[in-house]
Design a protein around this ligand. Sequence first.
Ligand SMILES: *Cc1c(COP(=O)(O)O)cnc(C)c1O
Length: 358
Amino acid sequence: MIGRFEEALSDACGARYAVAMNSATSALHAAYLALGVTHDDVVWTTPITFVATANAAVYCGAKVDFVDIDPRTFNMSVESLEAKLNRAETLPRVVAVVHMAGQSCDMAEIHRLSKIYGFSVIEDASHALGGSYRNSPIGSCEFSDITVLSFHPVKIITTGEGGAAVTNRPEIARKLQLLRSHGITRNPAEMTAGVNESWYYEQIDIGYNYRMTDIQAALGSSQLTRLNEFVNRRNSIASFYTDALASDHLELPTVGSDRRSAFHLYVIRTVGRDANSCSARRRFLAQRLFMDNVSTNLHYIPVYRQPFYAKHGHRPIDFPNAEHYYASALTIPLYPGMSDGDVECVTNSVLRAISNFS
Ligand SMILES: *Cc1c(COP(=O)(O)O)cnc(C)c1O
């Protein structure tokens, strides 16, 4: 079942190899290790992501640093990345970008910088399976070394819990497979001893138990057959919101003309004179929606603000766009199982609330 799921997944992504694991966090850890990240290294990522993107680099002993976001896409800003690379004393070993809310980063530009400054690129595409960039599916790894996917229940497809790393590089795929299962091989060509017994195996590296189960893989294969249906429905709900919620009080998500978002999230931002008024309006909006039984969320609190990371001297002042995002962003409900009535109900609730903005 795992092999079957991996084949379907690599087809859907347009990549040569897929390695299924028990979570995207495991896949991120294995991806950093496969690219050689150790305690001597620095990994750069975006502050507007789930903590796992940064945590998995910490598992390798690496130092994590952050690059500010583009205020229009919430993705890592290529301009900020280039400026930070220019003045960096220590260049990153890996830059891990996140396709926030389902929209691809500017991968061609990030790839160009990776060639100049000599870093590897991981795409954390936990939000973005089923999206595309310049007519290639997310996961094609045309501009990166490895793409990581999540199959947690809230993501685009689910295996209960689960994740995968996809790549076009055979030696990276093999490393990922070894890391997934204790570094154990049954391939005689990889062994040191010439023991010719059917029961013989060797542990040639240190690895983990990051295996997905067959039961999960069977669910994953079934879910993948519905990927287009899920992403189409997400896009049609998003375009309904974008038409219906147009207002001077809100900034709505925009998607570049050369890409298709998988719309894992629909993030709106309140407009105000300054950060305090944005934030007060955001709180008012969330409270009004809650009173109408509409749950909202904030994706994400900037990772450098988490106490674990704040200890390491990151200063909010260095990330003005992430700070403004944090003051104004709110995620409203978007999932394929919403009925048209649900979508209208959320829309009406938002419109009622913003008509009461002071
Ligand atoms: C969900 C998520 C993860 C972690 O996924 P798991 O499968 O729960 O480990 C990592 N990065 C991002 C951006 C995510 O949204």
